[in-house]
Design a protein around this ligand. Sequence first.
Ligand code: HSE
Length: 431
Amino acid sequence: MAFKIGLLGLGTVGTGTAEILLDTSGRNTLLNEIKIERVGVRSLDKPREVELPAGTLTTDLETLVTNPEIDIVVELLGGLEPARSLILKAIANGKHIVTANKAVIARHGDEIYTAANKAGVYVLIEAAVGGGIPIIKPLKQSLGVNRIQSLIGIVNGTTNYILTQMSALGVDFQEVLAEAQQLGYAEADPTADVDGLDAADKIAILASIAFGGRINREDILCEGIREINATDINYANNLGFVIKLLAIAKTNLEPDPSLQVRVHPTLVPKTHPLANVNEVYNAVLVQGEPLGQVMFFGPGAGKGATASAVASDIINIVGILKSNGNTKTLDPLLSLTHSDFCKLTPTEAIETRFYARFLCRDVPGVIGHLGTCFGKHNVSLESVVQIGFRNKLAEIVVVTHDVIEGDFRQALAEIKNSDTIDSIPSILRVL
Ligand code: HSE
């Protein structure tokens, strides 16, 4: 008996997945027991890279997800709708789900997992974060006994490519973005990537698994890379840092247990393992007790890499169906049964280091004034440098020790009111 797949979407990842399912030689033998029953597409006339048996393609996605022949629905449409509705309908019809859709899981995971747990079906999402990098299943299983303390990831390849190029060529954001769009690395509408939304979806998913609670996606602090410029990259470099878009989830024990979940450009020390993750590559550094640190690294997107994760999720479900039959009792190491929401740390209570660049009048006492304002608000400085002038104004760069974000913002508000400060062009966090 073959296990039957209904594939929603035959774009890049859908094509890569079909190719794996149809070309099984040398791969896991479970693939030989899988049949692509139907593939849901928008147009039957579009030329396809993969050859499917006649009659497999359909534009009737609603019928596909209710087809009694189909065991597993593989959703590779992307976007929120109709993906969300089709997933929920498939679950209601007893189908297991495999999806690469981080947006739908990060924003609608609550209702999707509630429905799946009730129906006794799996929703597997390895391809939703880190493309081909195995990170979801390791967090659920191989690292499952650890108390996870932090996850720090470079989980968006587009922004990592842009920042790598800016750093290598000394050019500004807009210039590299245009080039990345021409090369097909960045979308025509780059908002989801460059504003950090894609990375926020991904860290919401990882945090939910690692910390065993649902994450309200709207509460994640999310800042993108549009404001990053060659001046700050250059200062960061001279101070021993590279700038990366980091997605961070970290436990806060004081004053009350809570979880920081945030995405922002960050100065990363050049000696840190994530500093050398360049171009479109992704990596996630997991810290746990008693594990210590482990880093997952690899291709975070692309046809083959993402299809590898999708097809592996499919054989995971097939393996279970084969050994357990179609029982509705879910394996707790593969399903997600938590239903409470994690308490997130408010932004003003987050403890982190900061980098700030000031443009000031070059008069006596300016640096002293900065130091006094910071000191008054419990902000301890690690370094203060004044290297050059910009438009006849002195440029002063400050790096703080770990400080409470609310204290730092209060100090900045006071500094901004000073006659000697012209402007504060950049404020960035430091790892
Ligand atoms: N747009 C994503 C990235 C790839 O640039 O990493 C898919 O998650």
